[in-house]
Design a binder for this molecule. Sequence first.
Ligand code: PLP
Length: 453
Amino acid sequence: MLKAATQAADHRERAVDRPVFPVDGDLDQARARLGALADEPTPAEAALDQLVAAMEPLIVVSTGPRYFGFVTGGALEAASAADVLTTGWDQLAFNATSSPAAALVEEVAGGWLKELLGLPSAASFGFATGAQGASTVCLAAARHWALAQAGWDVERDGLAGAPPLRVVANEERHATIDRSLRLLGLGAAALEPVAADDQGAIDVEALAAALDRGRPGPTIVCLQAGNVNSGAFDDIGAASDAAHAHGAWVHVDGAFGLWAAANPGTCHLTTGIEAADSWATDGHKWLNVPYDCGYVFCARPDAHEAAMSYTAAYLTGQGANGLRGPSDYVLESSRRARGFATWAALRQLGRRGVADLVERCCALARRFAEQLAAVSGVRVVNEVVLNQVLVSFGDDERTDRVVDRVQRSGECWMGATTWHGRRLMRISVSSGRTTEADVDRSVHAIVAAHRGL
Ligand SMILES: *Cc1c(COP(=O)(O)O)cnc(C)c1O
């Protein structure tokens, strides 16, 4: 155990200089090293040595400062160390009887999160696996509430025969919203897409018109804080007003963008978020908590609990010691104690540290955009309002080739996307370890790939 913790710490230290992607990793060799299922036991230390030898050459160095793929985020020192403790403590974070510590730390950290993000202090919350899980919980609460308004008990009677439920969302919503709707039995096809502007923010007039046009009745509106490609924000205040005027529930997917609210330099982007009914965000992206960790918030605790809580004769202890049962607010029953790492991240950073993390990543994204836009043949195609930068290197094929070359260089790693019909390099700055020098070194690698073609 001690050796593994030391190896994990050593990996984090070496992350600064290692190739960012395991370009020379050999899958066949690693598979052979993992071996076949053995008949006999192996001593723990030998098993671990074998695992490290097999896997080390394939590890993506996303804890390092030049990983810009997806919106991966780094992993803070205190949060990573707390996650090692979480493994050692091995708490069952089901309720306050199975682990008073896990229940208490979630209660405290959940309160801190609401304060930081400017959400209503009375909102209920849950620690989920990520924004996908969080949105699924939020939309289950929304489904409960909207159908209850129409006199239908969906938890008891299911959806067969229920009043039709409208779901209206930004056409550029994240694909996880569709998956949540599938899982909740509402069906992805039930979703009514609303036009977005050229940056991907919902057209509020089009939203109001769509709500006017359709039949009145139970309705959920899904908004977005932070488009996964461009970083654009829906005007959540205005869109919420339009939705509430139609009696709809407003859900905000703010997987990474909700963190703009915690920084004075970017909080104008989230104006009006407190008016929504539910919010989903991630800890493992911009807060730099290790995987996996997401958060659910709900302005209507009754709906949240009605949709999620359950009990069985042997499962005593919800509400023991005056503590809430964490599993009443998420999809999982037995679950990892995610509160320790979140508490440690928030303690390490404090309010100012969270704001600085967001501010610095945004400034570094602008630095990427300014340097790349100055190179002939390169275009930054989005307004860099947050931490996301979309770059074209000419036609689609050429852009894909540049991305491929950069990824193979091992200098840095960024993915590609298709946005508004074009292939683009997608840069996401979301690690607290990234410095100006890392951006400059990465731009150098990108320009070399571009000029080398
Ligand atoms: C990443 C992301 C999600 C999904 O979050 P997971 O943590 O992968 O579950 C949802 N919405 C947006 C906007 C995202 O960026």
